[in-house]
Ligand binder design. Sequence first.
Ligand SMILES: NC(=O)c1ccc[n+]([C@@H]2O[C@H](COP(=O)([O-])OP(=O)(O)OC[C@H]3O[C@@H](n4cnc5c(N)ncnc54)[C@H](O)[C@@H]3O)[C@@H](O)[C@H]2O)c1
Length: 242
Amino acid sequence: MTLDKKKILIVGGATGIGRATALVCAQRGAEVIIGDLNVVEGNATARACNGFFIELDVTNESDVIDMCAGIGRKYIELDGLVQAAGILKGAYVSIEDFSVDMFRKVLEVNTVGSFLCAKYAMPLLKRSLRPVIVLVSSGAAHGVSSSYAYGTSKGGVSALGITMEGKLAAEGIRVNVVCPGGINTNMKLSVIAEDARRTGQDPEAAVNNASLTLGDPIGVAKILAFLLSDEADYVRGSIATR
Ligand SMILES: NC(=O)c1ccc[n+]([C@@H]2O[C@H](COP(=O)([O-])OP(=O)(O)OC[C@H]3O[C@@H](n4cnc5c(N)ncnc54)[C@H](O)[C@@H]3O)[C@@H](O)[C@H]2O)c1
């Protein structure tokens, strides 16, 4: 499987699943662009991929517009968009104590951010012969989540992906949604540490234990890289991973 010369934008590519995806895509020949809030890690990933980094906050519409304009100045088309930027806030907070601001913030990043990236990348994607959009949702969209806001936001990401899939197929744009399980990243480990503190356990020991059993981001990255390739042409809808 090759991604030779495909131009792939990975939003949320500074760390975790996005970073691993950037590395696998670059190994398979893609030209990778990283968009992220985290400037230090974003630049480091871009360097490791021989790609370039664009700083953005996905909740800021003008940042997303500027990112796509910047890509348009360098490339004619974009072959793939991965939207992996996300936050998990409010784990284990009861619904009575859940602040409306926190609920809105999580939806803004995870759900509205996915919409903005797809919306403004669309003109570049439409210039590709076989464009692909992959939204990173979560198993939390379909089952138990530690956070009311996170579960709700990922339900929205999955529904956005499925809606786009139906509407954009006629234009030759494939849209897939990936729902990872528990993966060893900063986001997951911070929730595990939080749960340990809440239940009176040692957070460091809990994180060390979890690291032994959580999935490797590279495992999810390989699935994302496959979905971005032409070989995945017949894949439809949503895919759950470990
Ligand atoms: N780790 C898991 O177990 C797991 C499971 C299911 C789904 N996911 C999803 O995978 C995706 C990647 O998460 P991860 O686990 O790799 O965690 P992570 O924290 O390592 O990665 C999230 C990335 O998103 C970026 N980001 C956050 N807010 C942003 C914003 N406003 N604008 C731009 N970038 C922003 C971060 O800087 C970071 O690089 C997320 O959407 C997450 O919800 C993770």
